[in-house]
Design a binder for this molecule. Sequence first.
Ligand code: NI
Length: 176
Amino acid sequence: MSNLNILEFPDPRLTTVASDVEIFDEALKKLVQDMIETMYSARGIGLAATQVNVHKRLLVLDVSEKQDQPRVYINPQILSSEGEQDHEEGCLSVPGIYASVNRAETITLRAQDSDGNTFEEQAEGLHAVCIQHEMDHLIGRLFVDYLSPLKRNMVRKKLEKQRKVAAKEAEEHLVI
Ligand code: NI
């Protein structure tokens, strides 16, 4: 397994709309494993293929307390949704930024596993938030897109500043 590079806002590749997965082969299984490993090592609870510059409808998540129950959703589709919830969200592609987003409380979805088998399930609470957040990535949408343009611009500036500080620190130190 290996760690994949995660794209960061405002990288335009994050706005790409993913296409369906049609071939369920060993390469797909390897990608799924790499995405799970990348998610864990980045300390995230979800990761969409878009974030690792693979524009296929595929996401992984783990909302379990011990982070030992990885789940895979390929070609996910929301069949129905109910209720509302506001949850503070963050994103591996928008590091250090958190904002409350309004989403459905319960969703019923259909997806495929890495062998191509179709399954349906109901998700609620954080699990439902995570699926909706990751599915947004697959249509090129980030949680900061729900913020006002003014706030989104503030996020952009904050990230630019963080990157400059990090680049300066890297210049001044020997990183081995
Ligand atoms: Ni995200």
